[in-house]
Write a protein that binds this ligand. Structure first.
Ligand code: SF4
Ligand code: SF4
Length: 302
């Protein structure tokens, strides 16, 4: 079994063609700009929005943990008591409550993914395993699912932060069409400050994966206050050149805060309020640095 927060159909930004993207739950990083905070923790979690709550009390009435109370006409949830059982989500007629994380068996997941086979074939697309961090999941599960997709002729992309033991990559490599590999920033201190971990393992794995013949798209979340400057991008270019890494594509992905509302639903603070994307001209100039350095297939955006 693996916990999955979402299976998103008709994705066009997670690899070639039309794709179905699977968001696995659990991640070893805590990127300040993360737009899927509901996929960070490993267990099931309750998301609740208080904005339109009428205070009807239906959720409080069914909660077996007595975790919900109505205060000032709005439902309040004591997260220390909540077990994410989902009973309240079933009775809220305004759908203000939902559980992030549903367990799937390999069979259930692959059956779901095979429903879109016709779209993959017609568009040159496939399946993308994302998250959270797919490479931090139960690898037996991920391998079995990947093998079944390969048997069915469906290309698989692995969207990864790279922060796992390399042996995991070795196991999945024969079944993976392309890795969408996040490179954030070369400066170790900045990396630790904005993601919670240092970047040594991530960069070592990128080198090994490349030398083992993987097809790699390097994806660079680009944040003005972190890496959205010439020096940071030149450091990434120098690293790729030094280690003879030739990604099939490089994408500079401008920061956005579309996930910030989900933090409120999890009762956690969004720490990215001071972050910004470089403007259009700045993004183009940063992208041009890669193109001029010989990485011709570099684009702004996904
Ligand atoms: S998810 Fe379950 S335990 Fe948590 S508040 Fe809702 S009903 Fe109560
Ligand atoms: S059931 Fe929905 S609308 Fe009613 S109190 Fe609970 S959260 Fe608010």
């Amino acid at each position: 079994m693996c916990l999955i927060t979402n299976i998103q159909r008709y994705s066009i930004h997670d690899g070639d063609g039309i794709r179905t993207t699977v968001f696995f739950k659990g991640c070893p990083l805590r990127c300040v700009w993360c737009h899927n905070p509901e996929a960070q923790n490993r267990g099931r979690e309750l998301l609740c929005s208080g904005e339109k709550c009428t205070g009807c009390g239906a959720c409080a009435a069914v909660c077996p943990q007595k975790a919900v109370s109505i205060k000032n006409g709005t439902a309040r949830t004591d997260r220390k008591l909540c077990t994410a059982c989902g009973a309240c989500a079933e009775v809220c007629v305004l759908n203000l409550r939902e559980i992030a994380g549903r367990e799937y068996t390999v069979k259930e997941l692959t059956a779901e993914l095979l429903k879109d086979q016709i779209f993959y074939e017609e568009s040159g697309g496939g399946v993308t395993f994302s998250g959270g961090e797919v490479m931090a999941m139960d690898m037996d599960f991920i391998l079995e699912a990947a093998k079944e997709l390969k048997r069915q002729g469906i290309p698989l992309a692995i969207d990864t932060c790279g922060y796992v033991p390399y042996e995991r990559f070795q196991r999945i490599l024969p079944y993976t069409d392309v890795f969408l590999y996040d490179v954030k920033v070369m400066d170790e201190g900045l990396h630790k400050k904005y993601t919670g971990v240092d970047n040594r393992l991530i960069l070592e794995n990128l080198v090994r994966l490349s030398h083992d013949g993987a097809r790699i798209c390097v994806r660079i979340p680009t944040v003005k206050e972190v890496n959205g400057n010439e020096r940071s991008m030149k450091e990434i270019i120098a690293f790729l050149q030094e280690h003879d890494i030739h990604p099939i594509q490089i994408n500079l992905l401008p920061y956005h805060d579309t996930g910030s509302g989900k933090y409120r639903k999890l009762d956690t603070a969004y720490k990215g309020t001071d972050l910004h994307a470089p403007d259009k001209e700045e993004m183009e100039a940063l992208t041009a640095l890669f193109i001029n350095a010989g990485f011709k297939n570099t684009k702004t955006g996904g």
